[in-house]
Design a protein around this ligand. Structure first.
Ligand SMILES: Nc1ncnc2c1ncn2[C@@H]1O[C@H](COP(=O)(O)OP(=O)(O)OP(=O)(O)O)[C@@H](O)[C@H]1O
Ligand SMILES: [Mg+2]
Length: 317
C-alpha cells in the first residue's frame, strides 16, 4: 500500500440513549487509508457510518480506540491543524453553508481562518470554483440561489480550500437528484486525478461506492464485516451480508440474469448478545455462529471477512 495517511485503530463509540439505554454505534473499527487512495464505506442506515466520519475528522472523541494521521495521533492535534489535514463533506450541502453568506465570502472565510493565500484570496477563490467546475460567476450567489448539486460543489470547494490530505464524504450524493449524482462522482474522480488527495467515501449504496473506491469496507451494526480491494469485495464477496448488498445493486441490463435469488436487505434488528450479529438474517447460519462472534480476519491478499462459514470455505478456519 502507498504511504498510510490515516489509520483508525479499534474505534468505538457509545451514546447514552434515553433512560438507561446505551447505543454502541461503533464497536471496534480499524481501517487504513493510503495516500491518494479512496476507501469506500458502505452499510445500511444506522450501522455507524456517520459516527465513524465524525470520529475520524475529530468532531467527536471516541469512547475507545484512536486514530492517526500520517503517524500522529489525531487527538494530539489542535482543531485548526486537524482541519487543515482532514475535511468532512456532509450529505446536505446547505448544512455547511451560511444562508446569509455569498459563495465568495464562504470561501474567503476558510482562507482567512487558515492564513492561506493572503492578499491573493480572490484569485484562489476563482481557482477553487474552477476546480469544482462551477465558474466564477457563482461567487456572488447566495446558497438559496444554488441547486443542490451546485451547493454540494461549493461545499467541496470549501473542503478543498485548505488543501487537505483527506476528505471524508458522508453520503455526498444521497440528497441530490439522481441526474446530478454521477456529475458529483465524476467531479471527485477528476479532482483526484489532478491533485494528491485521499477520500473516504461513505454511502449506503454500493453502486455509488463502486465507481470511486480502490478499497471497500462493508459495515454492519457498528463493525466492519468485510473489507478488501474493489475486485475482492464486489466481484468475489465472501460475507453473506455483502453478497446480499451486491445483489441489491440494480443491474442495468434487463437481460442479465442474477445467479442467486435476491435476498432482501432488511433493517438491522440490533446487536446480538452472543455470537454473530448477522445470525438472524444469515442464509448460511450454523450452530457455532450462535455462540461465537467471528473476528475480521485476512483470508489472503488483504481480503478480510468476519464470517465463520466464509473463512472455512477459504480454509483459514
Ligand atoms: N448523538 C447520538 N446520540 C445517540 N445515539 C446516536 C447519536 N448519533 C448516532 N446515534 C445512533 O448510533 C447509531 C449509528 O448512527 P449513524 O448516524 O452513525 O449511522 P449511519 O450509518 O450514518 O446511518 P445513516 O445511513 O442513516 O446516515 C444509530 O443507532 C444512531 O441512532
Ligand atoms: Mg449517516
Amino acid at each position: 500500500m502507498a504511504t498510510v495517511v490515516l489509520r483508525g485503530m479499534d474505534l468505538a463509540q457509545r451514546y447514552e440513549g434515553r433512560g438507561k439505554s446505551v447505543v454502541n454505534a461503533l464497536r471496534g473499527v480499524s481501517l487504513e487509508l493510503g495516500e491518494g487512495a479512496t476507501l469506500g464505506i458502505v452499510g445500511e442506515s444506522g450501522c455507524g457510518k456517520s459516527t465513524l466520519a465524525r470520529l475520524l475528522v475529530g468532531l467527536e472523541r471516541p469512547s475507545a480506540g484512536s486514530a492517526e494521521m500520517s503517524g500522529e495521533s489525531t487527538s494530539s492535534l489542535d482543531g485548526r491543524t486537524r482541519a487543515r489535514r482532514i475535511q468532512l463533506v456532509f450529505q446536505d450541502p446547505y448544512s455547511s453553508l451560511d444562508p446569509r453568506q455569498r459563495v465568495r465570502a464562504a470561501l474567503r472565510e476558510v482562507l482567512t481562518f487558515h492564513h492561506l493565500h493572503s492578499g491573493a484570496e480572490d484569485q484562489r477563490i476563482d481557482e477553487l470554483l474552477d476546480m469544482v467546475a462551477l465558474g466564477r460567476r457563482f461567487a456572488n450567489r447566495y446558497p438559496h440561489e444554488l441547486s443542490g448539486g451546485q451547493a454540494q460543489r461549493v461545499a467541496i470547494a470549501r473542503a478543498l480550500a485548505v488543501e487537505p490530505t483527506i476528505v471524508v464524504l458522508d453520503e455526498p450524493t444521497s440528497a441530490l437528484d439522481v441526474s446530478v449524482r454521477a456529475e458529483i462522482i465524476n467531479l471527485l474522480i477528476g479532482i483526484q486525478a489532478r491533485i494528491t488527495i485521499s477520500y473516504i467515501f461513505i454511502s449506503h449504496d454500493l453502486s455509488m461506492v463502486r465507481h470511486v473506491s480502490d478499497t471497500i469496507a462493508v459495515m454492519y451494526l457498528g463493525r466492519i464485516v468485510e473489507s478488501g480491494s474493489y475486485d475482492q469485495v464486489l466481484d468475489a464477496p465472501l460475507h453473506p451480508y455483502t453478497v446480499a448488498l451486491a445483489q441489491a445493486v440494480p443491474v442495468p441490463d434487463p437481460t442479465v440474469v442474477r445467479p442467486h435469488r435476491v435476498t432482501p436487505v432488511l433493517t438491522a434488528t440490533g446487536p446480538t448478545t452472543r455470537g454473530c450479529d448477522y445470525q438472524d438474517r444469515c442464509p448460511l447460519v450454523e450452530p457455532h455462529c450462535r455462540d461465537v462472534a467471528p473476528s475480521l480476519d485476512d483470508v489472503g491478499s488483504n481480503h478480510r471477512v468476519a464470517c465463520h462459514v466464509a473463512k472455512r470455505r477459504t480454509t483459514i478456519e
